[in-house]
Design a protein around this ligand. Structure first.
Ligand SMILES: [Zn+2]
Length: 211
């Protein structure tokens, strides 16, 4: 197990180091509204927020993180809603949608921009890997945001890996993934599109692969 963690960590560092963060003043802002039905606790949410902000910041995207119905800054509108489900809500959704026990979160395809996160499962998976719940939650939220906002698919390494395997090194977006997210956020923030593209995609719920 320890060997697997180390190999994954080395592979990911390279992709992050090669991408210089954009200047903060250039960065389009993604508004993330978090509704915490699970009462995750402020420590967990703060760590998750910091992790999401760090990952998107490296991709040149600023984050306006709001919890509950807190107001957004002027000129910023909600773009992504993340629902952190209580145990009862998660159980209902899992049952209704026949989600496997490995699934940690699920996102609606564009233009809904809405994700449902199963905090209990994320916390348990983090404990098994001896990582903090906040880090794990941030990782899952950043992953779902990339699916939702830019239709980014899974990649072998980094935060878009299909498997949930946290490492000591930062698991970020590749340069190409970061550019796609940045372009999509810019477009959503009032940019002008040259042409219309069909952005609808099919999403699979996310989970931990069988080992
Ligand atoms: Zn995924």
């Amino acid at each position: 197990m320890a060997g697997i963690l180390r190999v994954a960590a080395v592979a990911v560092v390279v992709s992050i180091g090669s991408h210089a963060p954009a200047l903060a003043t250039d960065s389009p802002t993604l508004a993330i509204r978090v509704i915490d039905y699970a009462h995750a606790g402020s420590g967990v949410l703060i760590e998750a927020q910091h992790h999401v902000t760090r990952l998107l910041g490296a991709a040149g995207v600023a984050v306006a993180w709001r919890e509950g119905d807190a107001a957004l800054p002027a000129n910023v509108t909600d773009q992504v809603t993340v629902l952190i489900l209580s145990d009862a809500m998660a159980a209902g959704k899992i049952r209704t949608e026949h989600l496997s026990p490995a699934v940690l979160a699920t996102a609606a395809p564009p233009p809904a921009h809405r994700a449902w996160v199963f905090l209990r499962r994320i916390t348990e998976a983090a404990e098994l890997q001896r990582r903090s719940a906040g880090l794990a939650l941030g990782h899952v939220i950043a992953h779902e945001i990339a699916h939702m906002v830019a239709g980014v698919e899974h990649s072998e390494n980094g935060v878009m890996a299909a498997s949930f395997q946290l490492t000591d090194n930062l698991q970020g977006f590749t340069r190409e993934q970061g550019e796609r997210i940045r372009a999509a956020v810019q477009l959503d923030s009032g940019g002008v599109a040259l042409d219309a593209r069909n952005r609808s995609r099919t999403f699979r719920p996310d989970g931990v692969p069988a080992r």
